[in-house]
Design a protein around this ligand. Structure first.
Ligand code: PLP
Length: 448
């Protein structure tokens, strides 16, 4: 069996994929018995690795009790307990949860909540979203509308929602050499104010941004003070702030919610991936008391819904994941191993002429390649260096998540390194050595 011999429409139908058969901690094992160290958690999903018994047993137990009951008729214990768990730890003001099945649905839900919030207030002229050029928010039509990848949007442009895109907050690429990080953070955030004024504040629903930019940029954290300024600007014009923590949330950056480190709370926060850690498909849209009260006090109901919201088995799996993270002190390990991995990558690539930047928070690390370290000139996208690194890493038995330059036409190829929170020093060493060999093989194959 391989991708060329299945009836599934795969992401890359032309490629022959190995067949994943089993999991062992941070390793995935294919049908030939080859072991792959999952240094990207798939796409920053598998934060507990692939064989956590406590989660598997919790899912089995829930299946034995009750797999699913439609939320039009019932609520259920695991979903209620998971909501309590998330809200008790959430940034200030966030008080309610809407459960969905993944990240795109979570953002779609956030955008519709935001629109209904203004509808209930009689502010029906608000119809515009502002996002950033370097971002990914999912593949449903609303989520795609705010996504920053113009190439992905192109086919669908005539049927997308009104959205505009400001510059990302990306120190490596956009901070001037004479500027302090904080000054740059303010300058980058002030673009939001200019865009709100250009559109007319009374037309803007929300600003949506990833707290730490994931796949499209390779773990780019905001500059200090950036989100505090963004929060101020949103408040000044009554614009809602939606933080997309689908990738950067649920502990990936070393705190449960990434924005804890930026000292702000959004009006709506979305998460998915690490919430169920791949054991179950689940996402969540976490909303403020204010939005909840406005919607439930107006029409009385959020005009939205999916068949699988609050799915009992998915919620039981996610609750078990979140409990394991706390029981085993995995946020601390994420911070420790993240610092260690960044340090070791920094040492390994310190004098590598093609590695421009190593950045990130916790176990959410990006490695960017450039043609020239001085000028930061990216490689010709036609070389598809990121894809070559992914392929060479797979040969080495290492999974890293690749992406290539889409930012203002100036980003370099990069790979995302986002291993499970359960890794130890030995895994850190393996990741660094295998990635070094993969980069060497890929650059040699590309003739650079
Ligand atoms: N938002 C971010 C930041 C993501 O990284 C992703 C997926 O990669 C999504 C949204 C969409 O999530 P999903 O693929 O689960 O729909």
């Amino acid at each position: 069996m391989s991708a060329n011999h299945t009836r599934i429409l795969h992401r890359e139908p032309s490629r022959d994929l190995p067949v994943a058969m089993s999991g062992d901690g941070p390793f995935v094992i294919d049908s030939a018995g080859k072991r792959y160290l999952d240094a990207s958690g798939g796409a920053a999903v598998s934060c507990l690795g692939h064989s956590e018994r406590r989660v598997i047993e919790a899912i089995k137990a829930q299946l034995d009790r009750l797999p699913y009951a439609h939320t039009g008729f019932f609520t259920n214990e695991p979903a209620e307990a998971l909501a309590d768990h998330l809200i008790e730890r959430a940034p200030e003001g966030l008080g309610h949860v809407y459960f969905v099945s993944g990240g795109s649905e979570a953002n779609e839900t956030a955008m519709k909540l935001a629109r209904q919030y203004f509808f209930e207030r009689g502010e029906t002229g608000r119809r515009h979203f502002i996002a950033r050029r370097q971002s990914y928010h999912g593949n449903t039509i609303a989520a795609l509308s705010v996504g920053g990848n113009a190439g992905r949007r192109a086919i669908y442009e005539p049927i997308l929602l009104p959205a505009s895109h400001i510059a990302p907050c990306f120190e490596y690429r956009h901070r001037r050499s004479d500027e302090a990080s904080e000054e740059y953070g303010i300058r980058a955030a002030d673009e939001l104010e200019a865009e709100i004024l250009r559109l007319g504040p009374e037309t803007v629903i929300a600003f949506i941004a990833e707290t730490v930019v994931g796949a499209t940029a390779g773990a780019v954290p905001p500059a200090p003070g950036y989100f505090r300024r963004i929060r101020e600007i949103c408040d000044r014009y009554g614009v809602l702030l939606i933080l997309d923590e689908v990738m950067s949330g649920m502990g990936r950056t070393g705190t449960l919610y990434g924005c804890e480190q930026d000292g702000i709370a959004p009006d709506i926060l979305t998460c998915a991936k690490g919430l169920g850690a791949g054991y179950q498909p689940i996402g969540a849209t976490i909303l403020s008391e204010r939005i909840f009260d406005t919607i439930t006090g107006g029409s009385g109901a959020f005009q939205h819904g999916f068949t699988y919201i609050g799915h009992a088995t998915a919620a039981a799996g996610a609750l078990a994941v979140q409990r394991v993270i706390e029981e085993d002190g995995l946020l601390e390990n994420c911070r420790l191993m993240g610092a260690r991995l960044k340090e070791r990558l920094g040492e390994a690539f310190a004098s590598h002429p093609r590695i421009g930047d190593i950045r990130g928070r916790g176990l959410f690390i990006g490695v960017e390649l450039v043609e020239d370290r001085e000028t930061k000139k990216p490689f010709d996208p036609a070389l598809r260096l990121h894809a070559r690194i992914k392929a060479a890493a797979m040969e080495e038995g290492l999974m890293v998540y690749p992406a290539g330059g889409t930012v203002d036409g100036r980003a370099g190829d990069h790979v995302l390194v986002a291993p499970p929170f359960i890794i130890g020093e030995g895994h850190v060493g393996m990741i660094v050595e295998k990635l070094q060999r993969a980069v060497a093989a890929a650059t040699a194959a590309a003739g650079i």
